[in-house]
Design a protein around this ligand. Structure first.
Ligand code: ADP
Length: 511
């Protein structure tokens, strides 16, 4: 057995609906894993919470479960050289620094309770200049608005703040803190891909920006913010305090979308990935300097692997992607499950003139049209279910093209290839349609656990399992499929122009 075949890296994937632990070999194959769903708490419309203790216990259960399965295969736990963390971004946890006890449920990234507060902030002098400093516009999405809501509305949080005991963190920080043993060891850190989602970090320096924090009227002497450290580091993240991997070092940390970009090996400028889940998240590597968008995209840190290995990304998201397929299953009863979508769409040759703008809750990047609603155009007596199925899958592909066009305009770089993952990429028809509409290759890896792989890469790079990005060239290459464009550019442009016309016509439906 070579040294390589005895070396493994673990990845904690703490997502919105479940936690997982995966153990990868040096080829990027999953050799063991364990997954656990946890409770979603919706106290009011628009509110979404998680129990912070359950986030941690679900992770430790997954570690123990995966290590057990790993050892059943004849491996031993000390072959796991390091652990990486990837996590749901923006979700906010507050706790008392003296006790290590959470003061409120975690407020999840999707939560919109801070809407009124954000409206007020937008009126404050200087609000339009924030994006230039931190990459994000004001909205309910970044962690800062969740923290401000907690400070205004929860007495325990306000009291801890007044006493100078309030600790604030995103899920990466909370997990690292707890997995290291909590307040006894006080490992209190965050990586730049997570910290860049708070609006407190300066996108250029990757340090907290005092002017931003002052603008939000937060007193730095009263709230503890985690130290921002590189995404890949041998010491900063400490080690697991107990459980099956007690003593194993945590050496990597990346927010979920950044981790997917790393897992797709999007290390160089001009590479992009799209994760086709319930919604879509596109990240486009723009290189070692941030690009502030003038086309409705977010600017974020892609990853920080130390000197010379720090990259920025432009980010765009689509609100409705896989959920439009579920809409055909659950609401219209067109098909019995999502995997049948392609078969239904293939019962017809094309969309038959139908365009479906799936703006169920308005349109996100790059359009940002709040008052658009789902609209189906071009229906005639000829229209079949298959045409609507095609128009549904095309809606996600058109929006992806719109975002990629904006990314190219903002960055001045041409996209060379799109790497894909997420549930919807299982459909060959969707991926072929995507390639046709963007006119470049779409690359779908064989192993689709790219988010967890990204966390494993961050940890493995620090641990010396891989030393340089080039060492990863053979990782996760088996079983990949490349979809090449099959229609001329003029045809793709014509179809896209029709989509854009439909987008304009879907405006203003909701008052
Ligand atoms: P999330 O992580 O957001 O829960 P997933 O990456 O698991 O999402 O993807 C789930 C979504 O993908 C669902 O909305 C589902 O409708 C869609 N999906 C899964 N398989 C297919 C398929 N074969 N064709 C089209 N859509 C699919």
């Amino acid at each position: 057995m070579s040294a390589n075949s005895t070396t493994f890296v673990g990845a904690i994937d703490q997502g919105t609906t479940s936690s997982r632990f995966l153990i990868f070999n040096v080829s990027g194959e999953v050799v063991a894993s364990h997954q656990l769903e946890f409770k979603q708490i919706y106290p009011q419309p628009g509110w979404h919470e998680h129990d912070p203790e359950e986030l941690v216990s679900s992770v430790t259960t997954c570690i123990d479960g995966a290590v057990k399965a790993f050892e059943t295969q004849g491996h031993s736990r000390d072959q796991i050289k390091a652990v990486g963390i990837t996590n749901q971004r923006e979700t906010t946890v507050v706790w008392d620094k003296t006790t290590g006890k959470a003061l409120y449920n975690a407020i999840v990234w999707t939560d919109t309770r801070a809407q009124e507060l954000v409206r007020r902030l937008k009126h404050r002098l200087g609000s339009s200049e924030l994006t230039q400093r931190c990459g994000l516009p004001l909205s309910t999405y970044p962690s800062c608005s969740k923290l401000l809501w907690l400070l205004e509305n929860v007495k325990e949080v306000k009291d801890a703040y007044e006493k100078g005991n309030l600790a604030f963190g995103t899920v990466d920080t909370w997990l690292t803190y707890k997995l290291n043993g909590g307040c006894a060891n006080d490992v209190f850190v965050s990586d730049p891909s997570n910290a860049s989602r708070t609006m407190f970090m300066n996108i250029e320096t990757l340090n907290y920006d005092e002017e931003l924090i002052d603008w939000f009227r937060i007193d730095r002497s009263k709230v503890h913010l985690p130290k921002i450290v590189p995404s890949s580091d041998t010491e900063a993240y400490g080690s697991l305090h107990d459980g099956a991997l007690k003593g194993t070092k945590i050496m990597g940390c990346l927010g979920d979308q950044s981790a997917a970009l790393v897992g797709q090996k999007g290390f160089t400028p001009g590479l992009a990935k799209n994760t086709y889940g319930t919604g879509c998240f596109l990240l486009y590597n723009v290189g070692p300097k941030p690009v502030i968008s003038s086309h409705g995209l977010l600017s974020t840190v892609a990853f920080d692997f130390g000197e010379g290995k720090r990259m920025y990304a432009l980010e765009g998201s689509i609100a409705v992607a896989g959920s439009s397929v579920k809409f055909l299953v659950d609401n219209l009863g067109f098909i019995e499950n999502s995997s049948k979508l392609s078969a239904l769409a293939e019962t017809v040759e094309d969309n038959g003139g139908v365009t479906f703008v799936t703006a169920f809750s308005g349109l996100f990047a790059p359009y940002w049209i709040d008052d658009a609603r789902g609209t189906i155009f071009g229906v005639t007596a000829y229209t079949q279910k298959g045409h609507i199925a095609r128009a549904t899958l095309e809606a996600t592909c058109f929006q992806t093209r719109a975002i990629l066009d904006s990314m190219e305009k903002d960055s001045g770089q041409k996209l060379t290839e799109l790497a894909v993952d997420g549930g919807m990429c299982n459909s060959d028809l969707i991926m072929q349609t995507q390639s046709d509409l963007i006119g470049i290759n779409v690359n779908r890896p064989g192993m689709r656990e790219t988010t967890a792989l990204g966390a494993a890469i961050a940890a493995g790079m620090a641990a010396g399992v891989w030393e340089k990005f080039e060492d990863l060239k053979d990782v996760n290459v088996d079983g990949s499929t490349v979809f090449k464009p099959k229609i001329p550019k003029s045809k793709a442009d014509e179809r896209f122009a029709r989509w854009e016309k439909a987008v304009q016509m879907s405006k203003g439906w909701a008052n």
